[in-house]
Design a binder for this molecule. Structure first.
Ligand code: BGC
Length: 766
């Protein structure tokens, strides 16, 4: 068990002492962000001791560099460019020196070193006592937070209490524009596709002159993006000698025993802009912001931040009694989910949030299928912004569909930042056309839960109509299958099986995509307001399309093996040899790092939930016996080499009544990053898995399904817990659900009475 959890508070992760072994993982766990930008939980003086850091990165959501992908052998339609999120200047760098000797962990003695991430407050605090080689000591406390009230703002305060009089104490704050970038460069050479790749500075920087605060303008080497970054400080002792050098400022004072000296530091990471003529405007905005917050002061900003965090937890907490470790783990996951989500409608959530450069900061289907449910049911305004991002990249998705010779609709990129496909490996990239259905499914879930008409008539229709059109054009009616609608040469969610015909998950989602499009178009037509008309005209929508989609949905081919009475993952599923799990040594997992893709593809072996995921999403469409059989079979061939797998197997274990098993999967997923279960937390947290743990409680143990616009619960509480409670936002209501053994209570916190169902029995909650 991680030492971070070995204490009593249910809101705090605490690191006592410091070791080279755990610090790189903890840099990720202690990362702070607000969806716009994030900064890893590295030590302020990490630049002096590179072995105590894996990457001090500060990352701005959507700020990336690009380079052509070099293919040994090219083919038409291959993704053209890499998109790589890049570390931006590091503003949290601090140096404390006593009589000219700079503090770091390898000099003098550091005692009582303690770092605390307070999840409730969103604060990272560090404390220690340092005794210099001259035997002079100071108490140090540093606190950091990333503001939600001012999304551009990172705030840091340092307090120093000298133990002796008469020493020269120097504090230096710096915005490091990474000209040395030494830490990232020491990253071991690795082919692991999940790791970070940026090893050198990938932007140009230029100082902005004439501003009140210190500002710089940066832009990546190969994209037309721009950012303004700035900093300002307040030092407590007015008599300090100040030295300035570029983006570095230092204050020197003579120490007085037990008299606290403090430095407040305000750093701003502006929003991305593309028009170079905007530099001055944006710089003015950041300059003004820095002056405003400096005037407001650290204490007031901190107070505001705590209020924001408190409101967040009121809507989004899950409380669990009977397991304190788990309680922290769950809150940790919710905290990071919330931190990761872009909120400006132009950015999304990367697979690692803003905690590391793993997966290059790309957005995947992870957002819609794993993270969005949490936002839809607890923070719907953020959910809407995430879906708006998808809407913003529709033009790129339209171009991509044409490039794939599909003459109608859109195909969303498998992995991307700017909307263009960035996956150089199409068998596990572009071929995953289920991404369209994943996004359509998320739009439907959002609309069902919020009844957001404004979104439904514009963005909603745009996405649903265009994704349905794509599937209709991609598939065809196959005479050899009695005229069924088939979709060939696709890859489903399971990336250990590629380019197959009729992936069950993809076909089922496509079927539902058609039905979602029909449903929301019909609803909009009933009201037939101006916005609906504009949308339909813009899309050149023709009512005949509804008929065509209905036909395709009703004729959708869903592979099934009658002899074994098993759902087939795809047409080829049972024709392959089963992987020899007994002969596979433990160290050969994940298989993707030890076997050629073809070796994996020609076997029955799964990386992650695929058919089982489809049965979770549409669980009321399958009989209990069918789900039992499919679960047993697919579980036996699944490695869970993807972090997206276990939570789904856990939820389905609840669905089929195997509560002990569900509990086991859940405990693995809930603590995945804190325990470094996948062995790569240092590259960033596993955001999709974090969403998976929220789903495991709500869809798994509480058994929530929305059927015909009604919240239906099938609750079962693991015997290990006393109570679990959470709040759901649904159609203007806030509903608190509390599971106790043998009992469930539902209370309405906000809104009109609502009828729900529990095990098929109707209940009015008022
Ligand atoms: C999984 C994908 C996922 C990606 C990013 C891969 O290992 O197989 O399903 O989208 O990671 O999290």
């Amino acid at each position: 068990m991680s030492s971070l959890l070995s204490h009593q508070s249910k809101w705090v992760l605490q690191e006592e002492g410091i070791s080279k072994e755990t610090i790189v993982q903890n840099e990720t766990l202690f990362a702070l962000s607000n969806g716009h930008f994030g900064t890893r939980g590295s030590l302020e003086e990490a630049y002096l001791i590179p072995e105590y850091s894996y990457g001090e990165s500060t990352l701005v959501n959507g700020f990336y560099d690009s380079e052509p992908i070099q293919y040994g052998e090219w083919a038409y339609g291959y993704a053209k460019n890499h998109q790589t999120i890049i570390p931006v200047p590091n503003g949290k760098k601090l140096t404390i020196s006593l009589n000219g000797e700079p503090f770091h962990l390898k000099i003098g003695t550091t005692t009582d070193h303690k770092r605390t991430l307070d999840l409730k407050k969103g604060l990272l605090t560090r404390q220690f006592v340092w005794t210099s080689p001259e035997n002079q000591s100071i108490d140090v406390k540093i606190e950091r937070f990333v503001s939600y009230d001012y999304p551009e703002l990172l705030v840091q305060k340092i307090w120093i209490i000298p133990h002796q009089d008469g020493n020269q104490l120097e504090v230096t704050a710096e915005t490091d524009d990474l000209t040395k970038m030494s830490h990232s460069a020491k990253e071991e050479d690795s082919h692991d596709p999940r790791k970070k790749t940026v090893k050198e500075r990938r932007f140009d920087s230029r100082n902005i002159k004439g501003s009140t605060n210190k500002l710089m303008h940066i832009s990546p080497h190969h994209t037309d993006l721009n950012l303004i970054i700035g900093a300002t400080d307040t030092f407590s002792d007015q008599s300090a000698t100040i030295k300035e050098n570029g983006h570095q400022v230092s204050w020197t004072v003579e120490t007085k025993k037990n008299q606290t000296i403090s430095l407040e530091r305000y750093m701003a990471y502006g929003f991305i802009f593309t028009d170079p003529n905007e530099v001055e405007n944006q710089a003015r905005h950041i300059d003004k912001l820095l002056s405003t917050v400096k005037k407001e002061g650290y204490a007031a900003l901190r107070e505001k931040h705590l209020t924001y965090m408190n409101d967040f937890w009121t809507q989004s907490d899950i409380e669990i009694e009977g397991d304190d470790t788990l309680q922290i783990g769950l809150r940790f996951n919710i905290f990071h989910l919330h931190q990761a989500a872009g909120r400006d409608g132009l950015t999304n959530m990367s697979a690692k949030g803003l905690t590391g450069e793993g997966y290059e900061g790309h957005y995947f289907w992870d957002t819609e299928m794993y993270m969005l449910p949490f936002f839809i049911y607890t923070q719907p305004t953020i959910a809407k912004q995430l879906l708006k991002y998808r809407h913003s990249i529709l033009p790129k998705a339209r171009d991509r569909a044409r490039e794939m010779a599909v003459d109608n609709g859109v195909l969303f990129a498998w992995r991307t930042i700017n909307g263009e496909e960035a996956s150089p490996y199409y068998p596990a990239g572009t071929a995953q056309i289920h991404i369209n259905g994943d996004i359509a499914h998320a739009v439907n879930t959002y609309l069902e839960a919020t009844e957001d008409k404004e979104f439904a008539r514009k963005e909603g229709l745009d996405i649903l109509i265009e994704t349905a059109r794509f599937y209709e054009a991609y598939g065809h009616y196959d005479d050899l299958r009695d005229g069924a609608f088939v979709m060939n040469d696709v890859t489903g969610p399971d990336e250990y099986t590629a380019i197959v015909n009729n992936n069950f998950y993809t076909n089922l989602l496509a079927k539902h995509t058609f039905n979602y499009a029909i449903k929301w178009v019909n609803k909009a037509l009933e009201e037939n307001d101006e916005v609906t008309q504009q949308t339909l005209n813009r899309l050149h929508f023709n009512k005949q399309e509804l008929k065509a989609w209905k036909k395709a949905a009703d004729s959708m081919f869903l592979p099934y093996d009658e002899d074994q009475q098993l759902t087939m993952q795809d047409d080829s599923a049972f024709h392959k040899k089963v992987w020899d799990f007994n002969q596979t040594p433990k160290e050969n997992y994940p298989l993707l790092l030890h076997y050629h893709p073809l070796t994996i593809y020609r076997h029955q072996v799964n990386k992650q939930a695929d058919t089982v995921l489809a049965q979770f999403l549409f669980s009321t469409e399958f009989s209990q016996e069918q789900k039992d059989r499919d679960y047993a079979y697919y579980e036996s061939i699944t490695t869970h080499d993807s972090s997206l797998s276990r939570s789904i197997f856990g939820i389905m274990a609840s669905d089929i009544g195997q509560i002990d098993k569900a509990y086991g999967y859940f405990m693995d997923t809930a603590l995945m990053d804190i325990t470094d279960l996948q062995g790569n937390t240092k590259d960033g947290v596993h955001t999709a898995n974090m969403g998976g743990t929220w789903m495991s409680i709500v869809y798994g143990f509480a058994g929530l399904r929305v059927v015909k616009d009604t919240l239906c619960f099938f609750p079962k509480l693991p015997k290990q817990w006393e109570t679990v409670s959470f709040t759901l936002q649904f159609r203007g209501r806030a509903l608190k659900v509390t599971l106790k053994s043998g009992d469930v209570t539902y209370s309405l916190l906000k809104g009109d009475p609502i009828e729900i169902e529990q095990f098929g029995q109707k209940r009015l909650i008022k």
